[in-house]
Design a protein around this ligand. Structure first.
Ligand SMILES: *[C@@H]1O[C@H](CO)[C@@H](O)[C@H](O)[C@H]1NC(C)=O
Ligand SMILES: *[C@@H]1O[C@H](CO)[C@@H](O)[C@H](O)[C@H]1NC(C)=O
Ligand SMILES: *[C@@H]1O[C@H](CO)[C@@H](O)[C@H](O)[C@H]1NC(C)=O
Ligand SMILES: *[C@@H]1O[C@H](CO)[C@@H](O)[C@H](O)[C@H]1NC(C)=O
Ligand SMILES: *[C@@H]1O[C@H](CO)[C@@H](O)[C@H](O)[C@H]1NC(C)=O
Length: 257
């Protein structure tokens, strides 16, 4: 299937080193114009805004590779339940007649996911080292339609990227998303997002970070792979219109403010 607006080449993310799960790469070198900065954006935006990339009826059909062991399958199911527990998103095993589903694979290409709904078979890959509940949820949030937090269009209000300290081939992972592609879905930039890189991702000089915060976090780190933050949960519920009455803010009104 071909996608318009050159989204496809940007849609693969991968973790190269399981030992450093906060480091991820956007895999293929896509047309980077989609990721050029937009100085007019006020709110953080890291969720694909076009509803055609959201799973219809908030239902993610899935198949799990038979190469996973039973405990691994249980772990994947548990991570899915954790997302279900905090949203209206449902993970449903795909029957033969379901066309659009995510195939959970374990090829040795690291932890990565295609982003958003494709309407055909798509992949989330969870190799050895990717099977913590936090990393699985992180990858499934990509599947559901989210980029990394530090790709959001307003990130320059919150972080400073030290380009001189990023390994050349990983620089593209730090590019800002265009607000025509992504939206904030009701929440401000979240240093604590499960979708945020750590401050040291892909650094050259280990004495210096690659991402510095503009606000003083009093020693709190940025990025984590333990659990969805309140913001992650709120954004997911907004994207999938789970319960607009109880979500903190309406993303459409943010858009105009
Ligand atoms: C964002 O994308 C739109 C549509 O493709 C384009 O017109 C605009 O110039 C882009 N903005 C930036 C800052 O790259
Ligand atoms: C939508 O999802 C719910 C829960 O997964 C399911 O019960 C219902 O049949 C679905 N509706 C459609 C139209 O697919
Ligand atoms: C889901 O929520 C229920 C009720 O709060 C809790 O008992 C259960 O442990 C949760 N399950 C997961 C997988 O988070
Ligand atoms: C899943 O991974 C295996 C390697 O372990 C590979 O041969 C297979 O093509 C992958 N499946 C899909 C659908 O990508
Ligand atoms: C790494 O950064 C530190 C702190 O800025 C600096 O003192 C040191 O010279 C740097 N090392 C290299 C090899 O550039």
């Amino acid at each position: 299937m071909r996608r318009t607006i050159c989204l496809l080449p940007l849609l693969c993310l991968s973790v190269r080193t399981p030992a450093a799960p906060l480091e991820e790469t956007i895999k293929p070198a896509g047309p980077e114009r989609l990721y050029q900065g937009d100085m007019h954006v006020k709110y953080s935006r890291n969720g694909l805004r076009d509803a055609k990339f959201h799973w219809p009826n908030a239902t993610v059909y899935f198949k799990i590779s038979t190469t996973f062991s039973e405990p691994q399958v249980n772990q994947i199911n548990l991570a899915m339940q954790m997302i279900q527990n905090v949203s209206c998103v449902r993970f449903v095993p795909a029957d033969e007649d379901v066309k659009g589903y995510v195939f959970v694979n374990d090829s040795d290409t690291g932890c990565w996911s295609q982003i958003g709904y494709y309407g055909q078979e798509q992949i989330v890959n969870l190799h050895t080292g990717c099977l913590s509940l936090g990393i699985i949820q992180h990858e499934l949030l990509h599947t559901l339609g989210f980029l990394h937090q530090q790709n959001s269009a307003d990130r320059d209000d919150y972080i400073n990227i030290d380009w001189t300290n990023i390994k050349e081939k990983h620089k593209k992972n730090f590019i800002k998303a265009n607000s025509s592609l992504v939206w904030n879905f009701g929440s401000k930039y979240d240093y604590n997002s499960i979708m945020h890189y750590s401050g040291t991702a892909f650094r050259i000089n280990s004495s210096r970070p690659t991402i510095e915060t503009l606000q003083n976090l009093n020693g709190r780190r940025i990025g984590q792979r333990e659990r969805m933050s309140d913001t992650d949960i709120s954004r997911l519920n907004n994207m999938y219109k789970c319960d607009l009455a109880t979500s903190t803010e309406n993303w459409e009104s943010n858009e105009n403010s």
